[in-house]
Design a protein around this ligand. Structure first.
Ligand SMILES: Cc1cc2nc3c(=O)[nH]c(=O)nc-3n(C[C@H](O)[C@H](O)[C@H](O)COP(=O)(O)O)c2cc1C
Length: 185
């Protein structure tokens, strides 16, 4: 059974994006194992902490190992000021770095790794986040991100109730995205 690692780009307790990730997980069902990456404990990027020479931070080691053991990454993220949240960039920065000092020859687990993006967003449905995150993922050499992306508007009401409702348009996109990603992993 293949493993999909969900990366939720919001740490908010009632996150609409976490709810979207759960909706995706429910629709994947028994076709893959779904795990969630816990990365709140990652320090801000600091090159003093990055190598497996004794200086590697334990949270960095754990996050790297979890990503390495997955078959694909599914990032479900809000849009912050037209882009991805800073902690998502910080995570990708950590994953993009060599484990052994100056070793740029050994491939990293993320090189060629299948990846896809979803969002529950406002009026632009997270389109700015998805565009910039796609650029970043390609830069650090993930596989070409799998499309279609389910980018859904949560609607004004959801911001008050904190309850995400998956409309038929989003439902169809989730189904298509799951089918495409299961083929990619
Ligand atoms: C710093 C910050 C910047 C934001 N910028 C945008 C934005 O550019 N576009 C947008 O649609 N929503 C923006 N929002 C609103 C978020 O989409 C909204 O708070 C959403 O519910 C966050 O996702 P979550 O429910 O998963 O935490 C912003 C929120 C924050 C905290």
């Amino acid at each position: 059974m293949k493993t999909i690692l969900m990366v939720v780009g919001s740490f908010r307790e009632k996150s609409l994006n976490r709810q979207l990730a759960r909706e995706i997980e429910a629709r994947i069902g028994d076709r893959a194992t779904v795990r969630y990456l816990e990365y709140r404990g990652l320090p801000f990027m600091n090159q003093d902490l990055e190598h497996a020479d004794g200086s590697e931070n334990p949270a960095v080691r754990r996050v790297r190992a979890e990503v390495a053991s997955a078959d694909g990454l599914w990032i479900v993220s809000p849009e912050y000021n037209g882009s991805y949240p800073g902690h998502v960039k910080n995570l990708i920065d950590w994953l993009s770095r060599p484990v052994v000092p100056m070793d740029y020859a050994t491939p990293l687990p993320i090189h060629g790794m299948p990846v896809t993006i979803s969002a529950a967003g406002g009026g632009r449905k997270g389109a700015g986040m998805a565009e910039k995150l796609t650029e970043l993922l390609k830069f650090v050499r993930f596989a070409e991100p799998t499309r279609p992306y389910c980018l859904m508007g949560y609607g004004a009401e959801a911001l008050k109730t904190n309850v995400l409702t998956v409309n038929p348009e989003a439902e169809a996109l989730i189904t298509a995205q799951i089918d495409a990603f299961l083929k990619a992993i």
